[in-house]
Write a protein that binds this ligand. Structure first.
Ligand code: URA
Length: 183
């Protein structure tokens, strides 16, 4: 199955109640042959309207930080989220919603075959890497699972709340770029 064929299935998904309030399924964006797969939390209002991940204020900051590290979503990264539809009022995705949506994410991983998976923010890191993951303590560390390296960094929305973490996140992205190059 190609990523586009998967997308065509995913955009019809009605497996969980998040489908009821959505304008668009936010399947993902970027280079499907990338070595790096970025997993955020969930689409917000802008993403739901446009059908693309990370396009609001925090998305712009994410792009800026990745550019600073020498990475772009067009060339180096495919971007998606733990759930593909916007939770109402931007609440955290419920465990049942995330579990049902995980099937789409697992198929994306199978097709893209990333070398590195980058979880952006606590919700993603705790869902994908380890339920006790602490971004402040463990950001930038690489953990190997089934032949893929997993890491996490600060969510850009958290950086908008505390801009002091911006250089730390850029340094994580530089490490991620260097690691991907070395693999
Ligand atoms: N925040 C996320 O975690 N994902 C998006 O796509 C947008 C904002």
């Amino acid at each position: 199955m190609t990523l586009n064929e998967l997308k065509n299935e995913c955009i019809k998904c009605t497996k969980c109640p998040l489908c009821e309030g959505r304008n668009n399924v936010v399947f993902g964006d970027g280079n499907e042959n990338a070595d790096i797969l970025l997993i955020g939390e969930a689409p917000g209002a802008n993403e739901d309207l446009e059908g693309k991940p990370f396009i609001g204020r925090s998305g712009k900051l994410l792009d800026d930080m990745m550019h600073e590290a020498g990475l772009t979503r067009e060339k180096n990264i495919f971007i998606t989220n733990t759930v593909k539809c916007r939770p109402p009022e931007n609440r955290d995705p419920k465990p049942t919603e995330a579990a049902l949506c995980r099937e789409w994410l697992d198929l994306q991983i199978e097709i893209i075959k990333p070398k590195i998976i980058v979880c952006v923010g606590r919700i993603s890191a705790q869902k994908i890497i380890d339920k006790n993951f602490k971004v402040t303590q463990m950001h930038g560390e690489f953990i190997e699972k089934d032949g893929i390296l997993y890491t996490a960094t600060y969510h850009p929305a958290a950086i908008l709340r505390n801009i002091n973490n911006r250089p730390i996140a850029v340094a994580d992205w530089v490490k991620i770029k260097e690691k991907a190059k070395s693999l």
